[in-house]
Design a protein around this ligand. Structure first.
Ligand SMILES: [Zn+2]
Length: 442
């Protein structure tokens, strides 16, 4: 092709990509469709713990939404999920001190009806708990290491504290403890307890594990500095047999290369204390709104753009496993995940091999808050697809308020901002369009 023609052609395609992105922005910020969908999901379905009726309703909800948007090839990708239930009774009473705010950690065993009682012993780490030896026998071990306030990223602070929640029970049980309490995984100053997955090491006794609110943790710690404190913990949670559930997928088939699949999504299950608005209703509607915008504008992407609503991210990852099995037979070109909340976008994570290539897209994405691309792109659900050949992207929103709501009763629509949420959806739509129309340089 003569040089001039190449320049004219590439300029024309550049202009049209920019025009498309402007149209996605204009329509998105006018409709605020992501918020409307999230309001519907959190209001009509509510909490969606794997195996619950809420999770079953959520599967139907996504299928209905996908039909309404006009997606093709709507399917379930089945997966067997754990079925844990909180039950309706949880309480923690300390003496001296009275009632504290408490919730069972996800997957914990319950207590006998009258509860378990013991003297409380405070530690700041798993190592310290391991060193208690016989001193932990018959006691309730209280893990109270807070987030490191010096870290700018709250995700890093969470990563530095969450070993207490996940692994604390088995470490304490090895020394004969009867239960554990964990300071909630948050920097918030309120007293809402935050749940989240915990696990038991094989071969160690399964003891009840609960989180307490930050103010409750501080009160308990202050009392322990004055003398001995006894506690009685009651939890009615239990694990039922595994249950069949499913990921849900739907797509806009590609007009030129339908075999090239650009998938994007979040996880459909949530914890039960709130309604999973940020975690991860936001990720679900980011992807759903992105394809809705592409559809309503009558755009025809070259590659197939697919939404994936993954099941069971919170306490098992069975949906991600089942989906990765499918991708072994149906390779993906790219896979985006949003599972860091519905706040204003700040960056996009991307697989290392494409970090340099995508820099040229930054000027088109900055208006949506995407200040930079950073190496990464792997989250819990899309992560397994990278070894299978997919280039990964992850949405990185502002994170300062995320752990205020994460896994707590505060994770509700009231704490989601309609425009901030929409910017995430538009960023996904624009990114999907860029990947589909321009490829990733291979
Ligand atoms: Zn999540």
């Amino acid at each position: 092709m003569p040089f001039i023609a190449t320049v004219v052609l590439s300029l024309a395609s550049q202009t049209s990509t920019s025009t498309v992105i402007d149209r996605l922005r204009d329509r998105g910020l006018t409709d605020l469709g992501a918020y409307e969908m999230l309001k519907d999901l959190t209001g009509k379905v509510g909490a969606r713990v794997s195996g619950s009726n809420g999770a079953d309703k959520a599967v139907l909800w996504v299928e209905r939404q996908m039909k309404a948007i006009g997606l093709s090839n709507i399917q379930r990708v089945p997966c067997l999920v754990p079925h844990w239930e909180r039950g309706n009774r949880e309480s923690l009473t300390i003496s001296p001190g009275g009632e504290l705010s408490v919730c069972a950690l996800g997957m914990s065993v319950g207590t006998p009806t009258k509860g378990v009682a013991g003297e409380v012993i405070e530690v700041k780490s798993l190592e310290e708990a391991a060193k208690l030896g016989r001193r932990a026998k018959g006691k309730i071990v209280f893990y109270n290491r807070p987030f490191d306030a010096k870290l700018a990223s709250t995700f890093e602070a969470y990563g530095g504290a969450v070993d207490q929640r996940y692994g604390g029970a088995s470490v304490a049980a090895k020394n004969g403890a009867v239960a554990i309490l964990v300071r909630s995984m948050t920097q918030s100053r309120d007293d809402a307890p935050h749940t989240g997955a915990m696990g038991y090491e094989e071969g160690t006794p399964k003891i009840p594990a609960a989180a307490i609110g930050v103010r409750s943790a501080e009160k308990l710690s202050a009392l322990l500095k004055r003398g001995s404190v006894k506690a009685r913990l009651q939890l009615s949670c239990k694990t039922l047999p595994d249950k069949m559930s499913a990921n849900v997928i739907g797509e806009i088939p590609g007009s030129v290369s339908p075999e090239k699949i650009v998938a994007m999504g979040g996880h459909l299950d949530s914890w039960d204390l709130g309604t999973g608005a940020h975690d991860d209703g936001a990720g679900i509607v980011h992807a759903m709104e992105a394809v809705r915008l592409i559809k309503v504008l009558g755009l025809k992407p070259k590659m197939t753009i697919r939404v994936v609503a993954w099941m069971n991210e919170e306490n098992g990852g069975r949906g991600a496993e089942a989906y990765a099995e499918r991708v072994k037979r149906e390779p993906h070109y790219a896979a985006f995940e949003s599972d860091s909340g519905g706040f204003m976008p700040r960056a996009l994570g991307v697989s290392k091999s494409k970090l340099e290539y995508v820099q040229k897209w930054l000027p088109k994405l900055q208006q949506f808050g995407i200040e930079r691309f950073v190496e990464g792109g792997a989250d819990a659900d899309n992560g397994p697809l990278e070894p299978l050949g997919a280039t990964l992207f992850s949405l990185i929103p502002d994170n300062q308020r995320y752990f205020d709501v994460h896994h707590s009763r505060n994770d509700v629509i009231y704490n989601v901002h309609d425009r901030e949420l929409e910017f995430g959806a538009i960023a996904f739509a624009a990114l999907a369009w860029l990947v589909s129309e321009e490829g990733l340089g291979d």
